[in-house]
Structure formats: structure tokens, C-alpha cells
Ligand binder design. Structure first.
Ligand code: UGY
Ligand code: MN
Length: 246
């Protein structure tokens, strides 16, 4: 549906943002071919990480990241991608995910119509703890656990729960009417993509209707809450920084 002329649900505030697809504007990056990036969350808005949507064109293409301090966690929303990094490669279909540690050249070769969400963050090393290895998998193989005992709010933890990793990438699926059990306020930051369904997200003091395709940034300590609404389950993918002292 066309948004009301001169209006949008997008809202960018100091400690949160809701980015809706009607306002997306592409970025072009050096070495990228046939792949368009939409930087939905970044340090330019006050975040400590970036969240990018990458969409591949008709002939397919390549998105590319140089070897530096940034690590990448990738989720395949649609299509197929072949990821190649310094000492590994894997082909992922939709529902596939991948973590590639920092200091790796990373090339992502996608076919037509492939859509990726990429979380990009500066790795925070810790003395005497090894760097995390690359890991990949598929959501179909990740068990869903009831969140704080609620079977209507199921959580899948995609990356290993292991203190070598300083980020988590999870999927939350709520039955209509299910909620986050309380308004969370925490030191961790979130980047989030609504994968399906709809609901209402509380961010700071405001309540926002949200649906598939929306991205949300929650700064550390942004009070947050969600209720799923409508006829179908609501599902979102989210990033969280973990396992590091403040
Ligand atoms: O992991 C989390 O902090 C999660 N419960 N937050 C959220 O869904 N907004
Ligand atoms: Mn949270």
C-alpha cells in the first residue's frame, strides 16, 4: 500500500529507530557488483553496530567486505548465497545463517532476488580468550525454546552460546496475543528485522505498529516490549551484543 503522501511510519530518535521499507535508499560500495545495500542501522545514528539489507539484481552479484576489525553475522531472508572468506566457504539457502570473524575478506555471491540481513560489528577481543571461529547453519535445525516458560513466545539462538562470541543472533516467534513478559531495560543493544507477521513494539515511551520488513534499532537501556497481533504468528530476527564487560 502506498504510504500517505508526505508521511511514513519511520521514526529516528536518539535512543531508538523504526525504519520502514517505504523510505529505503540504496548505498553503493567499492567492489560491489549487482548487489545493493540498504544501511538501515549504523554508527551514523548513534548505534555501535550496523544492520544492512543486501538485495541482489537479476544477474546475481557480489557484496564484499575487506579484512578489518569488523565481524559479520548474516541471515538469508530469500534466495541463495555462496559465502567465501579467507579459509572457508559455504552455500546458504533461505533460513541459512553464517558468522564470519573479523580479519577476513568476505565475498557474498548471491543469485537473483537474494535478500540478506547482515549485522556488522567491531570485534571486541579479550585477553586469553581465542577469537571465535566461523559458524553456519539453518534455522530448521535450531531448537525453539519457550521464553521464560511461555510456549507462545519461542526463542531460537542461532550462534553458539560461547564467550568467544561477542554477539548473538536470535529469532523470536510469538503467537498472536503473546508478549515479551515485561518491559526490558538492558545494557545490550539490539538491531532487529521483522521477518513475518505484525504487532506493536514499545520503544522508550512510545508504541509503534510494526510488520514484516520493518527494522528497529534499540540503543542500550532503551525500554522495550512487544505484543504480537493479527491472525498469524509474528517473527523477528535480532542482534544483541553479549559476553563482554561494560
Ligand atoms: O534477548 C533479548 O533481549 C530480547 N528478549 N529482547 C527483545 O526481544 N526485544
Ligand atoms: Mn531485549
Amino acid at each position: 500500500m502506498t504510504p500517505l503522501f508526505g508521511n511514513t511510519r519511520t521514526r529516528v530518535a536518539l535512543r531508538h529507530a523504526l525504519i520502514t521499507p517505504d523510505g529505503h535508499v540504496p548505498s553503493a560500495f567499492p567492489g560491489w557488483e549487482g548487489a545493493t545495500a540498504y544501511v538501515l542501522i549504523s554508527p551514523a545514528m548513534g548505534a555501535e553496530m550496523s544492520q544492512m539489507l543486501v538485495v541482489y539484481e537479476a544477474e546475481g552479484g557480489t557484496a564484499w567486505f575487506p579484512a578489518d576489525e569488523h565481524e559479520h553475522a548474516i541471515y538469508v531472508e530469500a534466495g541463495d548465497v555462496r559465502a567465501v572468506w579467507d579459509d572457508g566457504d559455504v552455500t546458504l539457502a533461505d533460513g541459512g545463517f553464517l558468522f564470519v570473524p573479523s580479519e577476513n575478506v568476505l565475498a557474498l555471491h548471491g543469485t537473483e532476488g537474494t535478500r540478506l540481513t547482515i549485522f556488522r560489528k567491531m570485534f571486541e577481543p579479550v585477553d586469553n580468550i581465542e577469537a571465535p571461529p566461523a559458524v553456519h547453519g539453518h534455522i530448521a535445525d535450531i531448537p525453539a525454546e519457550p521464553f521464560l516458560g511461555n510456549e507462545k513466545a519461542m526463542l531460537q539462538t542461532l550462534l553458539p552460546i560461547d564467550s568467544r562470541y561477542d554477539l548473538a543472533m536470535n529469532i523470536f516467534t510469538y503467537q498472536p496475543g503473546a508478549t515479551l513478559p515485561f518491559v526490558e531495560t538492558h545494557v545490550m543493544e539490539h538491531g532487529l528485522l521483522m521477518l513475518s507477521g505484525q504487532g506493536v513494539y514499545r520503544l522508550d515511551e512510545q508504541y509503534f505498529p510494526v510488520k514484516e520488513g520493518d527494522a528497529i534499532w534499540m540503543a542500550p537501556y532503551c525500554p522495550q516490549w512487544f505484543v504480537a497481533m493479527g491472525d498469524e504468528p509474528a517473527s523477528y530476527l535480532y542482534y544483541k551484543d553479549v559476553h563482554r564487560l561494560p
